[in-house]
Structure formats: structure tokens, C-alpha cells
Design a binder for this molecule. Structure first.
Ligand SMILES: *Cc1c(COP(=O)(O)O)cnc(C)c1O
Length: 402
């Protein structure tokens, strides 16, 4: 990526947010695996040899962890919460800005999500606000790594230890990242990954994984993902479980793609670093926290004062962008009933919320992020020219309007 020269960008075709040819170079392997497993004598399509191998490859890569694959990242969250004993009467503190599974997975266990505000710069759950939302009913904290930044896991570890809470790490987007030398996923009692196509280690289908250093939790998750069976005796159900099993063909595909993951992540990080270099200091634009420690570069998300105009400008110049969470979770119809401020009859919220919070929206930073964030393409298949075109286009808009 060479510095801007002021010459018009050579890119004319649209710059896709996610690559449509993501699995092109694996095409022959995918077709071969499909044929081999489809016509294999075993006729084993879930939870077989390939799944076991993929799990142990991931575990080895992470260190001492155990890995249990399952049907999705959302499923993984639910399995972890259930394995840790979350249920009716419990509260789980989750970020007010983030994806629906953060709240839905909690509700599906019978517990209630309690929303904490985010840090305005990292956009991840603010440990100080999370602390204010802890009550006698709180069972767990569930921070999520967001866009390109890992949550402040050391602070959440301290908080969890102080109140005797479980710590669930939503690392769905952060596979391969480390913070202070410790991999994303291994900071709490358990973490999760998502393998859905668009994630950094996406695959052609749905899947996820639970990662943990705790053998008992891993064992419970293993049983829960397959109707509470222990894997030795069929039709013996020790727990009320789920159908959240993993596909053999996908496991074989992921084993094939795993060795290339580090290089793909490095390419994402290089593109992100170039964006930051070219976009920092522009009027009305805030770039995400720079660096590599605690960074994952799932997507590159900046904050823009006139987000919608910037987005239109980018679209007009062929650059596809995403606004992930146009509303904070407590503003979504599905979750609003669980998010009423204490004064108006929140069913099970904190009794000690600071007074100021009930006047305006109780999660001001989440609301501001929802209105201002815009994600740029950062996937590893972007060419240098496309990266330059994206940066040029953002610059042109900011300098013209700023
Ligand atoms: C994608 C995602 C999930 C859910 O993963 P799925 O595999 O799509 O179910 C959960 N949390 C976060 C932060 C995510 O980005």
C-alpha cells in the first residue's frame, strides 16, 4: 500500500464488504471432501472423526484449552450459559451496544440480560458501568469483543472475582487475537467463536465453538450440544440438552483452512493499520484504537459525525459499508421489556443505578455509537488499490465537508 499520490484511484468495480470469492481457492478441496464424506462407508455426517480432529487442532493452537464445536456462535453462548448454571432468577450483565445473541442467549436460559453502557472509544462494555449494574441476582458478566477491539478482559476478571461472578467471553469475532499474550476466548470461564461465513475464520455454512480451560465446563457443554448424552451411551440423557452439533464436512474444510488463518488475519491487520494512518485526524472522523495487542480486525469501524452522508458518499463511489447495530439492544422491541429503567418498573434491574441515568437514555454511549459508527471493508482479499480507494473516498468526503 503506497501513500496517496493525489492521482485518481484506479478502482472502478465495487469494493465488496465481504468477498464473494472467499472459498474460491478451496473449491477443489471442498468438492473432494463433499464427495468423499457423502459416499463414505461410515455415512457419518455430524460429530465424527473430522470434528474431533478439528477440535484438537484448535485446542492445540490455543494452548491448554478444550474446544467443543457446536451449531453456531449463538448456540455456543447458550451452551456456555447453561453449562455454568444460568437460569430463571439470574441476571447476566451484557453490553447495551452489540448483537442480538448477547441478550437472546441469556433470555433463552430463563435469565434476564442487564444492559451496561459501553466505553465511547473502544465500543466494548465499560467495566465501571458493568460494576454499577451488579446486583445480588447477577450470575455472570458477558462482555463481547467488538469490531476490532477486545473488551477490557483484565478489568472484567477482577470484577468477576470480586463478586464471585462467572465470566463468559463473547469472542465470536476475535478468533486468533491475543491480549497481553492470552488468546481471545481464554480470559473467562469460557469463550465462544463463530464460524459463520462472514467471521474472520468463517466457513461455507453455520458453526461455532466453545473454548475453555475448565474440563467440567467442557464436559457439560459436550453433553448439552447433543441432547444431554455423554457420547458413550446413546439415548441416555443426563441433562436437558440441545441439538447444537457440528458438521463433518465443515470440520474437514476448517481443518484445511486453519493453517492459512494467521496470514489472513495479518493481512486484515495491515489493511486496518493503513486505514488508521490515512484517516486519523480527519474532521468529524474518529478512527478505532490502533495497534495489534487486543485487536482482531473482524471489521474496521470508525465513528463519523455525519455517518449517513459519509455512507452515501462511499456507496456512490462503489464502496460497500455496514451499519451493524443501528439501535442499542435496550431499544430493540425484542429486548425493551427487559430494559426499562428502574423508575418505570424494570422487572429485575439494579436498585442502585445513578440517578442521572433515568433522566435521559440510560446508555448514552451505546446510543451515540449506534448513530455514528460505520464499518469499512477490511477482509484479506482486498487489493492494495481497493484499500487505497476506500481511504481516498473517506478522505475526500471528510475534507470536503469538514
Ligand atoms: C456473530 C456473532 C455472534 C453469533 O454467532 P453466530 O455464529 O452468527 O450465531 C455472537 N456474538 C457476536 C459478537 C457476534 O459477532
Amino acid at each position: 500500500m503506497t501513500p496517496a499520490t493525489g492521482r485518481p484511484s484506479p478502482v472502478t468495480a465495487p469494493v465488496p464488504f465481504f468477498p464473494p470469492d472467499l472459498f474460491e481457492e478451496d473449491r477443489d478441496t471442498v468438492l473432494r471432501l463433499l464427495y468423499e464424506l457423502g459416499t463414505g462407508e461410515e455415512q457419518k455426517f455430524i460429530l465424527g472423526e473430522h470434528t474431533r480432529r478439528f477440535e484438537s487442532e484448535l485446542a492445540r493452537r490455543l494452548g491448554a484449552a478444550d474446544v467443543v464445536t457446536c451449531a453456531s456462535g449463538t448456540g455456543a453462548l447458550q451452551l456456555v450459559l447453561t453449562a455454568l448454571g444460568t437460569g430463571p432468577g439470574d441476571e447476566v450483565v451484557v453490553p447495551a451496544f452489540g448483537c442480538a445473541p448477547l441478550a437472546a442467549a441469556v433470555l433463552h436460559t430463563g435469565a434476564v440480560p442487564v444492559f451496561a453502557d459501553i466505553d465511547p472509544h473502544t465500543l466494548t462494555m465499560d467495566p465501571a458501568d458493568a460494576r454499577r449494574r451488579v446486583t445480588g441476582r447477577t450470575r455472570a458478566l458477558m462482555p463481547a469483543h467488538m469490531f476490532s477491539v477486545m473488551a477490557d478482559m483484565p478489568a472484567f476478571n477482577t470484577l468477576a472475582a470480586e463478586y464471585g461472578l462467572r465470566l463468559v467471553e463473547d469472542s465470536a469475532v476475535a478468533q486468533g487475537a491475543t491480549l497481553a499474550g492470552r488468546p481471545a476466548g481464554l480470559w473467562g470461564d469460557a469463550g465462544v467463536y463463530s464460524f459463520v461465513q462472514v467471521k474472520s475464520f468463517g466457513m461455507p455454512g453455520e458453526g461455532g465453538a466453545v473454548v475453555t480451560d475448565d474440563e467440567e465446563t467442557a464436559q457439560r457443554v459436550r453433553m448439552l450440544r447433543n441432547h444431554g448424552q455423554d457420547g458413550r451411551h446413546r439415548f441416555l440423557h443426563h441433562l436437558v440438552g440441545h441439538n447444537s452439533r457440528f458438521d463433518e464436512i465443515q470440520a474437514a474444510v476448517q481443518s484445511h483452512r486453519l493453517p492459512g488463518l494467521s496470514a489472513r488475519l495479518a493481512r486484515r491487520a495491515a489493511i486496518a493499520s493503513h486505514y488508521t494512518e490515512r484517516l486519523t485526524g480527519l474532521p468529524g472522523i474518529t478512527t478505532p484504537p490502533a495497534g495489534t495487542d487486543g485487536r482482531c480486525y473482524y471489521v474496521y469501524t470508525l465513528l463519523a459525525d455525519d455517518r449517513d452522508a459519509l455512507r452515501e458518499h462511499l456507496t456512490a463511489h462503489g464502496v460497500h459499508t455496514h451499519v451493524y447495530y443501528p439501535r442499542p439492544l435496550p431499544e430493540q422491541a425484542a429486548f425493551a421489556p427487559f430494559a426499562a429503567p428502574p423508575a418505570t418498573g424494570r422487572p429485575s434491574g439494579p436498585k442502585d443505578a445513578p440517578a442521572g441515568r433515568t433522566n435521559g437514555f440510560p446508555w448514552p454511549h451505546a446510543l451515540r455509537a449506534a448513530r455514528r459508527h460505520l464499518s469499512l471493508p477490511v477482509h484479506h482479499m482486498l487489493t492494495d488499490a481497493q484499500v487505497e480507494h476506500v481511504a481516498d473516498t473517506v478522505r475526500a468526503h471528510a475534507l470536503r465537508t469538514g
